[in-house]
Design a protein around this ligand. Structure first.
Ligand code: NAP
Ligand code: ZN
Length: 356
């Protein structure tokens, strides 16, 4: 990859950053690069608050460089385009998700899987270069990593750019999108509630598997889940053994896999999406005896992200969001730790990020 310094030049930017492992965010002045030939500059309007933001501001994954400006569910309006930009013009509504770069040469990039490119560049806290995310007033990115925002989607549906694609992609890739299949969704947070919506749109039967009994009624009545299991209740879990074709696990903390493997039918697939800070125990016997698969998946490529947005637009799929002002972000993060959000916080950057 040609070495690009992602953020080190002359355009003044303003956002909120964490400076240390306390993870407390506060106002931060920095610079972004000038809009290059292939770059799009946007004014950020909304940015979702992902649990990955929380893991990283507290350095739970061990590779955070401070100061860190989080945010990878970014929706905005194009304010400037470089001379060689082909697909965007000033005024377009656009999104930037978890990636702002990749090598564009490897077999993964060649197959629209930039998310698996070993040299990809994350929107913030990238390794090997400095990038700052969407808790900020402006963003600059190569047009390849910018998506068109469908006209009929509200701009505050920004969580589609991470929570949406991260659940859409594995449901498709692992073939868990066939009408009539029984799909489990573990953890009803930002990712989990999107998994429910996509799995329902694909025509599957969806069961939420949750630690929060308080989410049951809403999961069924509002999100359209067909049933709900309380995971700490062994009787409920026992009664549902061997009934799932696939399970999407979005839990952000260490938790036991054995009960989930028990829920799967023979040949069932457990897809791990959550990224707890410590390894999980993997019981092997249930895999052997049931030819079961435990797999993972990481966001999605740019082409599939656009496809997911277009699918969402066609099927009126949007995240359930709580819109918050910038200065509420630290409280929001505390609430996220306690799984106290239905189901994604979205920062109203344009109205509430005040650089004065
Ligand atoms: P979130 O909104 O906080 O949702 C996580 C849910 O997990 C909670 O709402 C809760 O659901 C459940 N949960 C939390 N602690 C638990 C515990 N100790 N035991 C059992 N269940 C627990 O988080 P998110 O933004 O959806 O992200 C979820 C995870 O996915 C994070 O680790 C994040 O870093 C990761 N992630 C991965 C990718 C990827 O590409 N693979 C992309 C984005 C995020 P209930 O109340 O229903 O139990
Ligand atoms: Zn995310």
């Amino acid at each position: 990859m040609t070495a690009t310094c992602y953020e080190n030049e002359h355009v003044k930017a303003f956002g909120w950053a964490a400076r240390d492992t306390s993870g407390v965010l506060s106002p931060f002045k920095f610079s972004r690069r000038e809009t290059g030939e292939k770059d799009v500059q946007l004014k950020v309007l909304y940015c979702g608050v992902c649990h990955s933001d929380l893991h990283q501001i507290k350095n739970e994954w061990g590779f955070t460089t401070y100061p860190i400006v989080p945010g990878h569910e970014i929706v905005g309006v194009v304010t400037e385009v470089g001379s060689k930009v082909e697909n965007f013009k000033v005024g377009d509504k656009v999104g930037v998700g978890c990636l702002v770069g990749s090598c564009r040469n490897c077999e993964y990039c060649a197959n629209d899987l930039e998310n698996y490119c070993p040299q990809n560049v994350e929107t913030y806290n990238a390794s090997g270069t400095i990038t700052y995310g969407g808790y900020s007033d402006i963003m600059v990115a190569d047009e390849h990593f910018v998506v068109q925002w469908p006209e009929n989607l509200p701009m505050e549906a920004a969580p589609l750019l991470c929570a949406g694609i991260t659940t859409y992609s594995p449901l498709r890739y692992y073939g868990l999108d066939k009408p009539g299949m029984h799909i489990g969704v573990v953890g009803l947070g930002g990712l989990g509630h999107m998994a429910v919506k996509f799995a329902k749109a694909f025509g599957t039967k969806v069961t939420v598997i949750s630690t929060s009994a308080s989410k049951k009624e809403e999961a069924i009545q509002r999100l359209g889940a067909d049933s709900f299991l309380i995971s700490p209740d062994p009787q409920q879990m026992q009664a549902a053994m061997n009934t799932f074709d696939g399970i999407i696990d979005t839990v952000s903390a260490v938790h036991p896999l054995l009960p989930l493997l028990g829920l799967l039918k023979i040949n069932g697939k457990l897809v791990m999406l959550g990224a707890p800070e410590k390894p999980l125990d993997l019981p092997v016997y249930p895999l052997l005896l049931g030819r079961k698969l435990v797999a993972g998946s990481c966001i999605g490529g740019m082409k599939e992200t656009q496809e997911m947005l277009d699918f969402s637009s066609e099927h009126n799929i949007t995240p359930d969001v709580e819109i918050i002002p910038m200065d509420y972000v630290n409280t929001a993060l505390e609430r996220l730790v306690k799984a106290d959000v239905k189901y994604r916080f979205v920062l109203d950057i344009a109205k509430t990020l005040n650089s004065q």
